[in-house]
Ligand binder design. Structure first.
Ligand SMILES: Nc1nc2c(c(=O)[nH]1)N[C@H]1C(S)=C(S)[C@@H](COP(=O)(O)OP(=O)(O)OC[C@H]3O[C@@H](n4cnc5c(=O)[nH]c(N)nc54)[C@H](O)[C@@H]3O)O[C@H]1N2
Ligand SMILES: Nc1nc2c(c(=O)[nH]1)N[C@H]1C(S)=C(S)[C@@H](COP(=O)(O)OP(=O)(O)OC[C@H]3O[C@@H](n4cnc5c(=O)[nH]c(N)nc54)[C@H](O)[C@@H]3O)O[C@H]1N2
Ligand SMILES: [Mo]
Length: 655
């Protein structure tokens, strides 16, 4: 939560809110840089139009002209086809506030439009599961063991770090499981360097160790659901050595972790998105869930699974509407790859992009770029001229959180907070709510039946209309005024936060969770059997894994221009021994390539990576125009809609 200091209509300083239970007055590096970002010389000031995408021949136009161009396209598509399937929108994660749901809300208020789904992360929400929402600060005070699987909070969720350190002082042991020796790994009591995509094997083996324990409730097995009994038999019969070989974890590290698990009175497992960006990501996710369920239920140990960054819970009306509309099948939801495949029966003729920079962030970016270039009309709403904006016809400048009202949910601690407007919009920027409302009133004049987007008089009124009974019960707020009264933040009432998917003590509530609660979770334990075949490995031709993880000082493709990342250009971090095998010197420019593309970048020696992994941060770097997502294939993860970004394999060539 930010407190902004305003002088003469301009934000001059930001600080954190000390009363906030999670951030406790601290901001992350990007938070502190927001003022600089807001008034950066490159910030867009006026709507601009270019006839030919990528030509750079932008003409400044008025908002009225911009609206006219958009409405001509929408009504034109409708007149030509009698439906709106060729009209598509794409909403990225550049801003995930409730205000910004207006994009989906508007396009789903037009009949039968298409959504190009973003491949951002993660599972959890859609798949139910066994996880706790009482993240702060309760969750980190009590456990005697915290295990972090495939997350790097010291870079991506720094507010968690003080809780981890405080827990450490109280004697909690921290285990970090990651193929990279990350900043988070540096904090761990035990770091386990695992082979990517094989956490399921490790979790399975840990489960096997647990059920050997005498305190494991035998009578429970006798009376348990069949799925559980099957799982127990399966676990007893697996070959431990084979499983350890799969995940390439040393015996000693494994025994230590197994020992700590057995002795622990309370365990918290934190599952990140990194672990899930694999073709078998969901299986690995469920394997950890199953380990936790088993430990909890039969081992009589309080166990929590904490998963941040999951897709939100769709609490507010406009979020729910999107969900209901999608479930009803009234609108098409397809991925870029499908739309770009050339086999789309209703090829996209107009694309609206909000809060997203798909040319940098989606996989197979060359294909995405060519696809966007080929769409007759592309409109992008952003604050900066991103690579995607450069490939658009119309670029609409929009407001930042300082210049608009919003309600923000946090996926780590479940609080909802109010973002109050502090200053007027920058130059001619307009808020996304305003843009959608302006379009609606003009569209309704032309064709009264085409658009059912509700018109309110202000952003605050629009936001007030998104509250509902569920929010009132859980948060005791039903309007912006209530949030203001509560000091701008509402924490979930614990009893409500712990909905039927949640476990935080040994109660029966887990029995009836979504997807069958524990029974469902243990059912998923069957996945143990298939995950071994799912895991990928480098080949002789492409001997390196390419991990394109999130940068500690950037936020996806944002904040590059501020240069807070210290990184002058995109680099491939390589283990010195691997580099020497290929005759590559520290700092040498090399070619990193696979079947999809080839990129030149500097190879930098790093002991953070194992010998068969190259680390290249995602999001791009301003000084080198390398777009690493050119090398990322469109491989779907088993979560269904997400992409297996981290199952990408490459080779290195000397120039
Ligand atoms: N500074 C910063 N913070 C951010 C972001 C940012 O770009 N920069 N982005 C935000 C967003 S959109 C997201 S989704 C989150 C992402 O937050 P995280 O989930 O923490 O981020 P990732 O970088 O995807 O991956 C975390 C770790 O998973 C590891 N990993 C990869 N594959 C495996 C595997 O198979 N098993 C295991 N055990 N580990 C594996 C990677 O090496 C990496 O260290 O961060 C958010 N916060
Ligand atoms: N190789 C690789 N690729 C990845 C990932 C990876 O780990 N590796 N991670 C994936 C993940 S988890 C995610 S979430 C995606 C993120 O990718 P995107 O969804 O594209 O998100 P960002 O790059 O954060 O921001 C996109 C744009 O939103 C704009 N923006 C910011 N605030 C606002 C606003 O208030 N309104 C509007 N209209 N625009 C705004 C920013 O200026 C920026 O240009 O990337 C994915 N891509
Ligand atoms: Mo993300």
């Amino acid at each position: 939560m930010l407190i902004s200091q305003v002088e003469y209509g301009r934000v001059v300083h930001v600080s954190g809110e000390t009363r906030h239970p999670y951030t406790r007055g601290k901001l992350c590096p990007r938070g502190y840089a927001l003022v600089e970002k807001n008034y950066h010389k490159d910030r867009l000031k006026f709507p601009v139009f270019q006839e030919v995408k990528g030509s750079g021949k932008f003409k400044q136009i008025t908002w009225e002209k911009a609206y006219e161009l958009i409405l001509n396209e929408i009504t034109g598509i409708h007149a030509r086809y009698g439906h709106l399937k060729p009209l598509a929108f794409y909403k990225g994660t550049g801003n995930i506030g409730i205000h910004h749901r207006v994009t989906g809300h508007f396009f789903y208020s037009l009949k039968g439009t298409t959504k190009l789904a973003s491949s951002s992360y993660a599972c959890g929400h859609h798949h139910g599961g066994y996880f706790s929402k009482d993240f702060i600060p309760q969750s980190y005070k009590k456990p005697s063991l915290i295990v972090i699987w495939g997350a790097n909070p010291a870079a991506t969720n720094i507010h968690l770090v003080p809780f981890l350190l405080e827990a450490g002082l109280r004697g909690t042991k921290l285990v970090v499981i990651d193929p990279l020796y990350t900043r988070t790994a540096e904090l761990a009591d035990l770091y386990i360097q695992i082979k990517p995509g094989t956490d399921g094997a490790l979790a399975t083996l840990l489960a096997k160790e647990l059920i050997k324990e005498p305190r494991f409730d035998e009578s429970y097995i006798k009376n348990c659901p069949d799925s559980f009994r099957e799982l127990a038999i399966f676990l007893t019969n697996i070959n431990s050595k084979e499983f350890l070989d799969i995940c390439e974890v040393p015996e000693r590290a494994f025994s230590l972790l197994a020992d700590w698990l057995k002795k622990a009175k309370m365990v918290a497992h934190i599952i990140g998105t990194g672990l899930q960006k694999h073709v078998n990501g969901e299986q690995n996710f469920w394997a950890i869930q199953t380990l936790a369920a088993l430990h909890h239920k039969a081992g009589n140990v309080t166990t929590k699974v904490l998963q941040g960054n999951q897709k939100g819970e769709r609490l507010f009306n406009n979020e729910q509407l999107e969900y209901t509309k999608e479930a009803s099948g009234e609108h098409r939801v397809i991925q870029f790859a499908e739309a770009a495949s050339g086999h789309d029966p209703h090829p996209v003729e107009m694309l609206w992009i909000s809060c997203g920079n798909p040319i940098t962030q989606e996989p197979h970016s060359q294909l995405i770029k060519e696809f966007i270039e080929g769409i007759p009309f592309v409109a992008t709403v952003d604050q900066f001229m991103t690579p995607t904006a450069q490939m658009s016809n119309l670029i609409l400048p929009t407001t930042t959180p300082f210049e608009e009202w919003d309600i923000v949910m946090n996926n780590w601690h479940g609080a909802i907070s109010l973002n109050e407007k502090a200053v007027s919009p920058y130059f001619q920027s307009r808020s996304e709510w305003r843009i959608m409302t302006d379009l609606t009133t003009r569209l309704q004049k032309r064709n009264p039946d085409l658009c059912a987007f509700p018109v309110y008089r202000s952003e605050e009124e629009y936001l007030n209309a998104q509250f509902n009974d569920n929010i009132r019960e859980r948060y005791e707020v039903e309007s912006i005024a209530d949030l203001t009264r509560k000091g701008h933040i509402a924490m979930p009432k614990l009893s409500k936060a712990i909905n039927n998917r949640t476990v935080n003590n040994r109660t029966a509530s887990i029995e009836k969770g979504q997807n069958g609660g524990i029974a469902g979770t243990l059912d998923k334990g069957r996945l143990f059997r298939s995950l071994i075949s799912g895991a990928k490995s480098p080949s002789e031709e492409y001997p390196f894994w390419l991990l394109t993880v999130h940068h500690p000082f950037r936020f996806n493709s944002q904040f590059q221009f501020l240069d807070i990342s210290e990184e002058a250009e995109t680099c491939a971090n390589i283990h010195p021994l691997a580099a020497k095998e290929w005759g590559i010197k520290d700092g040498e420019v090399v070619k990193v390539c696979n079947r999809q593309g080839s990129l030149k970048m500097k190879a930098v020696y790093s002991r953070q990576v194992p010998k068969d992994i190259l680390l290249v941060y995602q999001g791009g770097c301003p000084k080198s125009k390398v777009n690493v997502n050119r090398l990322i294939p469109f491989a779907k993860a088993d979560t269904g809609e997400n992409i297996a970004f981290y199952d990408t394999f490459v080779k290195i060539e000397k120039l």
